[in-house]
Design a protein around this ligand. Sequence first.
Ligand code: AGP
Length: 610
Amino acid sequence: MCGIVGYVGDRPCADILVDGLKRLEYRGYDSAGIAVVNEGVLDKRRAEGKLANLVSLLSDDPVDGPTGIGHTRWATHGRPAERNAHPHRKGSIAVVHNGIIENHLAIKSELSDQGHVFKSETDTEVIAHLVWKHREAGHALAEAVRMSVLRLEGAYSIVVLDADTPNTLVAARLASPLVLGVADGEGFVASDIPAILAHTREMAFIDDGVMAIVTPEGSTLRRIEDDAPVELKTQTVTWSPAMAEKGGHKHFMLKEICEQPDAISNTIRGRISLERSTVELPELDAVADALSDVSHFYIVACGTSWHAGMVGRYLFEELAKVSPHVELASEFRYRRAPIDKKTLVLAVSQSGETADTLAAIKDARGRGATVLSICNVIEASIPRASHATLYTHAGPEISVASTKAFTTQVAALHLLALHMGATRGAIDEATLSADLDALVRVPAILESMIGDDTPYMEFARAWHEATSMLFLGRGNLFPLALEGALKLKEISYIHAEGYAAGEMKHGPIALVEETVPSVFLNPRDDHFGKVRSNLQEVKARGGPVLTVYTEGHEDATRLTDFAIPIPEVPHRVLPLICAIPMQLLAYHMADFKGTDVDQPRNLAKSVTVE
Ligand code: AGP
């Protein structure tokens, strides 16, 4: 995601801001900028691309002063470009923002009617205009910010600078992190600890619904809702800079596993209306005809994204009454699959740069297909080669092993299947409303599952030296068996096979012996009895078994050597829930073995060659 840093004090702060942004580079970004105030004059510099571009701009055309804000942007609304980079300015006001403002279009249209002119495609710019409007009406800066953020729906951490209010920053937070750094005669604010760790270890973490007024003399907190004072509690952060980058986790992969509740919230945010029981995906308006009238439907992807596509097939069949062919892009691009004007090709790609997926959609588009993509990176090559894109908004994924990208792809596929079901008149209201309800509950359920590593550690302690493992599931958990095996092999280098459990007796069961553990995905669903029979077949041949089972269904654990409970959920969201044990199991196995979890051998994050 984006990065924020802010400073007030007596030092010229351009270098402090740029240095803070450098410490957030690991998070990924596509443009950067700073704004500073010096003796009542506000100036900003912004550049597309790497921080080096901003540094070079600053050396050609310097700005400096003792109060400033900086930002690295990872595009969510509006393509990566200088005009969309933060800070955004209106009059004396400059703003940096992380998160997504869901109702920005409504605010923009209201302000446009009042004569406001916008210069960017971002959701953020409306904040600068709102604050400026309230300042013009005579409100003090803190009150103007408070009145502005009360209008915002979605998620934000913002920092606001006003040329007319010297030595003050006002920050506010809702569902996006913000931390204050406390030092003698200086105040710091940032989205993440590493940005300010070089200057202070005394930090205060701002809670949701709270704003901070930061000055060199100290900071005060107020509740946004009613302006009531909030106590400032600081703590000493003892993390090393490397630990701070990973949010205190040992690896980026673990950090990204833990980020999934937020990432999925970001995928569904603003796209679901529980009151109206609707999925709102205006970005797909351009392909509305193709969604309602399809002759052939192909999902093309590679690796983990292909597994997400396979989960998608179950969703499209059940919810939209259409059965897509889920294709490996590296195969599909060389096949002569039938394609006509009514063909829909859906590319699924985290990076948006995977060479085979890109080539497959270019070829299909050239032959007349409508191309839709699900992607995590705004304006990457695959979205640019598509007629429309549904972005997952998972935030940058640093670890080579895909985790939050996978679950957000599955959530996006679920939204798309519901949308397509509604467009095609294939889904009834009760199903739509039940699925929307189930989806909005997923982030909290995932949150409750992350934290207790005991069962994973127990299994990893016993089996990290295994040389081969099997992963088995049925129905919509078959793709999760494939994903569990892929996760394990790519980061622990243990050979693993994922299979549809019903296929066991057609070959893989020959591999079962005392040294080959099998992981069964066997929650309480329609497949429970069948999977249990497959499990018995493995036990009868002396194979050790780990079962992922539904909490409280103790009967499921009778035959197993290791057991990992998951909460009971409606079956269509089971893949999202079962992703967590697959990821954590692979992670702890690799960590026990001591492999390079985040950058496993021979693998690249983005595969831009065939
Ligand atoms: C999975 O952990 C891998 N990173 C890999 O399989 C990945 O999903 C694949 O290379 C596709 O990448 P994409 O989603 O960026 O297109």
